[in-house]
Design a binder for this molecule. Structure first.
Ligand code: PTJ
Length: 274
């Protein structure tokens, strides 16, 4: 189906069509399409743009990746379909950043498809094809990792994840940076540095921040990050946007007499009969 560029939701429809194609090709699982719908809803509430709070989180995320002893970005089907190019840019911007395939719905074919998408986008080395270590106490295929990748990392960037793995990685002493549009998700709630933003916008912003660091210089340590205020700020933005929308009158709809009286502050007063 051809989507008209004049459609008011052209950008969103194009992404959906692209993900649906990736679903038919086997790169994205049906559950990934559901996850995308949830993400879209939160993006809508957030105003479909990077909030000032997310911008700050992205700046600190870039610093953490640069300051890490060994940083790894974990890539699943949705991330590969949506943001392989952004992952490649990030890998160029952060020296030593490893890129590892990690799937919840893991099959050999899907691992190969994710790796192919990443390589086609310019990622030189892809880990996770033959897992050599297991994350303890994680009862899913997400526990299968590369000994020289996620298992060794001290900082893990995990876009579109689940809360279980965030906690399991933290139990191994790793710092976790999440990218998730839902500030209420278990991942966002558990992450050391939750980035509440759309994955392509977030990875682009983190890469851009990392590119600002000149030459071989890097931050000396992982700067403290106030995760609670970051999440509170995202929720406040959603609240403000919803309140503003609720106050806005639907276009062309005349206001009722009761609404007019409410806005004049005379609601509830008895009307004098003429
Ligand atoms: O490819 P696989 O097999 O590893 O499976 C990937 C999915 C996404 C199906 C799997 O990780 C999953 O089930 O994820 P969840 O638990 O649904 O969590 C995904 C989270 O990402 C949700 O909180 C969504 O709100 C959020 N999300 C979805 N799309 C985006 C997003 N966040 C940022 N950008 C998006 N484009």
């Amino acid at each position: 189906m051809r989507i008209s560029p004049r459609h008011p939701r052209y950008a969103s429809l194009t992404v959906r069509a692209h993900l649906a194609d990736a679903g038919r090709a086997g790169l994205v699982v049906p559950e990934g399409l559901i996850a995308h719908g949830r993400g879209e809803a939160f993006d809508y509430f957030l105003g479909e743009r990077t909030t000032p709070g997310a911008r700050k989180a992205e700046r600190v995320a870039a610093e953490w990746l640069l300051a890490a002893r060994h940083a790894v970005v974990s890539v699943n089907g949705n991330v590969a379909a949506l943001a392989s190019r952004e992952v490649a840019r990030l890998a160029r911007a952060v020296p030593g950043l490893d890129v590892e395939v990690n799937l919840f719905h893991r099959t050999g074919r899907r691992v190969r498809l994710v790796a192919e998408a990443l390589r086609a986008a310019g990622v030189g080395r892809v880990l996770g094809l033959r897992p050599s270590a297991t994350i303890p106490r994680l009862p899913s295929d997400r526990a299968k990792v590369d000994r020289d990748g996620i298992f060794d990392a001290d900082v893990c960037l995990i876009p579109l994840e689940d809360g279980d793995r965030t906690e399991a990685l933290q139990a191994l002493g790793k710092r976790v940076i999440s990218v998730d549009l839902n500030p209420l998700s278990r991942t966002s709630q558990a992450a050391d540095l939750p980035v509440v933003d759309e994955v392509r916008r977030a990875l682009t912003a983190i890469a851009r921040e990392a590119e600002r660091w000149p030459g071989a210089s890097r931050p000396p340590r992982l700067r403290a990050f106030d995760r609670r205020s970051a999440l509170a700020e995202a929720l406040a933005t959603i609240g403000e946007n919803l309140t503003r929308s609720a106050r806005r009158r639907p276009r062309g709809r005349p206001r009722t007499r009761a609404a007019r009286r409410r806005s004049r502050g005379t609601a509830g007063r008895t009307r004098r009969t003429p």
